[in-house]
Design a protein. Structure first.
Length: 535
């Protein structure tokens, strides 16, 4: 069975999801899904929505997800020792050196990710997830590639694991010269020229990529016109699979996911209709038309040619202005449109702070926490289906290229610290800060010193921020040793100061206290040497 036949067979299950994705794109970002056709020659006319709330919501939600999954200037993962796989305990000095090496590897990987265009492709994929609910990413050794829903089909097992993927791409035949099978290369130059004369453009061919899961590995190949391309066969272990099929919302029994726009498609459709009515109604209401009585003495030409402030002859009763008289109806539609806009803004996490002089920073912070708490389920799914395979593939590629050393899987464990984990740490930080503030306000600042362990507070805050405190925060023993050294230094300074004061006092001055010096000299008279002893 060829890849094309398999693609056509799996397209039937994709049709209903593709119809919904196209409808959702028309209300938000029409260029996301441009119909059922996989490719277009030239630009395609896209219908512009009457409202921009959907587009703003999609871009905002995708940006928030992007910042949460791959935060800039911050690592989304960390490497640590897997103590369960260690046969013996390493001393603290060895762990410190290993942590420093791990930090260097993390820095190398993050710098490479920042220098690549991964964030651009991932942001596009997140917009596809919000609108269409599905996206496919291929992670090559040099860059990422995005496949929209209308260019791939997928098959999953009962547990949601991907077992088969077929993609379709249209490529210029000249780019495949020397790579096509001999049977396909037999196409004569006259047929190619005839095709160019009919379409005016170089001939394009459909390239299908068939991906299958075999036990603990993934294999794939490409074919053109029913024939496999030579040297197109590739394979990869399951934990470093470069094909990542993403879903936004998972529904039991369904192969494809559901997008965020689909959940609020009713409000978007209602807002679209009301926006169209308001725009068209405002255009009609803004049109100025004068009515002149047929038997009026005022001449229409004189009225039309009259400039601003001109004086003409006529009766005021002869002229009236056409009024629509639908202000009340348009006002009702405007109020309903405002309600729908607020509901959609909350759904897509568009933060609208109350505009007033009394809006406080606490109100803004509480609003942000309320909105971010809605992303918990989304972070969980994207962390499992995206961040984990993305990190595994990146580490495998970097180790293969020699950018980072090979790490033993039994001893080193990569841990994701972004997404749902970062959200949980943020909640811990906020709860700890509120707890300390409550104690200070109710009992007093002295209660913090008496009952709260500062060392434990620092550790928990560092953990909430995702900061490694190794060799950064002083331990309790180091603090006590420094305090003892400081006390000893203070005592020595006090003794030196007292000795200096005693030496400069009048008691020790011979000119001012001769009696004391005589007593000292008298008590220390020279003893005559013994007989025969050397002088």
């Amino acid at each position: 069975m060829t890849a094309k036949v398999r693609y056509d067979a799996l397209s039937a299950d994709r049709s209903q999801f593709l119809n919904m994705a196209e409808e959702a794109a028309e209300l938000t970002l029409p260029y996301i899904i441009r119909g059922h056709e996989e490719h277009y020659t030239g630009a395609k006319y896209l219908k512009t929505p009457w409202q921009s709330v959907g587009a703003k919501g999609v871009v905002t939600l995708a940006s928030k997800l992007m910042l949460a999954l791959l935060p800039p200037q911050t690592s989304f993962f960390k490497l640590q020792l897997d103590e369960s796989g260690m046969d013996e305990d390493y001393p603290p000095e060895v762990k410190t050196e290993l942590d420093l090496s791990f930090a260097k590897i993390e820095r190398v990987m993050n710098e490479a990710i920042d220098a690549s265009d991964d964030r651009v492709i991932i942001h596009q994929a997140l917009k596809h997830l919000v609108v269409a609910g599905n996206a496919l990413i291929f992670m090559g050794e040099d860059k990422l590639k995005l496949y929209p829903l209308n260019r791939y089909v997928v098959e999953r097992d009962g547990n949601g694991n991907v077992i088969e993927i077929v993609t379709r791409e249209r490529i210029n035949r000249k780019l495949l010269e020397g790579k096509l099978p001999e049977v396909v290369e037999e196409k004569t130059a006259n047929e190619v020229m005839q095709s160019m004369s009919m379409t005016g453009k170089p001939e394009e061919v459909d390239v299908y990529t068939h991906v299958q899961r075999e036990n603990n590995r993934v294999v794939w190949y490409q074919e053109v016109d029913g024939k496999r391309l030579p040297k197109s066969f590739s394979k990869a272990p399951l934990e470093t699979n470069p094909w990542i099929a993403l879903r936004f919302n998972v529904v039991d029994g369904e192969v494809y996911g559901r997008g965020r726009v689909e959940e609020f498609i009713g409000d978007l459709k209602s807002l679209e209709s009301l926006s169209q009515s308001l725009v068209e109604g405002a255009a009609v209401s803004s049109k100025v038309v004068f009515l002149l009585r047929p038997s009026a003495t005022t001449k229409p030409d004189s009225l039309a040619r009259a400039g601003n402030g001109a004086i003409i002859q006529g009766q005021p009763e002869d002229l009236t202005v056409v009024q629509v008289g639908k202000a009340g109806d348009l006002g009702t539609a405007f109020e309903m449109a405002g309600i729908l806009e607020r509901r959609l803004s909350d759904a897509f996490l568009v933060l609208n702070v109350r505009d007033s002089e009394r809006t406080t920073a606490e109100e803004v912070r509480m609003t942000q926490m309320e909105l971010e708490s809605q992303l918990g389920g989304l972070f969980s799914l994207l962390t499992v289906e995206f961040l984990v395979p993305y990190l595994g593939r990146k580490m495998a590629v970097f180790q293969k290229l020699g950018k980072i050393p090979r790490l033993p899987k039994k001893l080193v464990k990569p841990v994701i610290v972004a997404g749902i984990n970062a959200l949980g740490r943020g909640q811990d930080r906020e709860s700890l800060g509120q707890f300390l503030t409550t104690i200070t306000q109710t009992i007093g600042p002295e209660a913090l010193i008496k009952y709260i362990n500062p060392d434990e507070v620092i550790k928990r805050l560092a953990a909430a921020q995702g900061i490694d405190i190794l060799n950064l925060v002083k331990s309790v023993d180091d603090v006590q040793a420094e305090e003892q050294q400081a006390q000893q230094a203070d005592q020595e300074n006090i003794m030196l100061q007292q000795a200096g004061k005693l030496a400069s006092s009048p008691v020790m001055d011979p000119s001012k206290n001769p009696e004391a010096m005589e007593m000292i000299n008298g008590g220390n008279e020279a003893i005559p040497p013994e007989e025969g002893a050397p002088v």
